[in-house]
Design a protein around this ligand. Sequence first.
Ligand code: SF4
Length: 335
Amino acid sequence: MSRRKAFSLLSGGLDSLLATRLIMEQGIEVTALHFITPFFGYSKKGEEGRYEESWRRLYGIQARIIDVSEEYFQVLRYPRYGYGKNFNPCIDCKIFLFTKARGLMEEEKADFLITGEVLGQRPMSQRRDTLRIVERDSGTEGVLLRPLCAKNFKPTRPEVEGLVNREKLLALTGRSRKPQMKLAEEMGFRHYPSPAGGCLLTDPVLANRFRKYFTKSPTISTNDILLLQVGRHFQMPGNGLLVVGRRDEENQKLINLKQGGDIFLKVHSIPGPLGLIRGKEEEGRLCLAASIVTRYSKAKSQDEVQVSYGQDIENLWGRLLVKPAEDDQINGLRY
Ligand code: SF4
């Protein structure tokens, strides 16, 4: 038989690892695609080689990490099939990722595409009707094979054409994880990721922040989304945002995420968090932001506190004298 080649969509969870290996075990060359955005998989950014190597070592899988952040923002802003419980546009997300994978598959002349989906495992995106919608809208009808539950469906083109032996595919359904764990053991997987999602769009607190930010900001950058994941957030007058670090590690993240126009605030000579303001200049916002920052410092019970500010963390040259904010003053500003 001539060389057979497939792409798989590797979410990072156990199911997609198993699906990829099931097909590899039929002697088919598989390249696993792992898409990342600031909402999922982004801790791998900048360390792609290390993660690709660990998939190779732990599971024998050849993977490619691909950042699709910028295009993903459009999907998130206008999802044709709406959102799930939080800000997760699962059906549109899959359509987008499958469409990207199909494009690569065609470019590199692969025969078909694999996912680790299991019929009925997730309420919205793994129902029979939504699986069909995703196939149809991503143009993957006929070439999309779900090895873990393939026998619940009519044979796909790679099965009909004899590229894949249908007898060796599975008929899993539902939410139980036991068959997958058994299969992982049989395949010799000693370590594998927990099934918990890992997509920040399903986190109620963060999803709420993302939604608000998307609603009011006509343009979104990866840096903005990363900033929304750090610290306490407050809406400033106009269109500004104040972020206050909760720990040293978060203060450091704020320093790393700083962009032109952002302003740092810090209580002068007293331990306390770092604040960062981003967004439109508005009168009075510096004083308000400074009083919020002092509320979270060791000076919160003082009558007046000196706060330093500036754009360069090494040179906070500005000074303000403010009264620490009261909780009832800031509760309505929480983001
Ligand atoms: S949970 Fe997140 S990554 Fe998964 S399909 Fe939904 S939006 Fe996409």
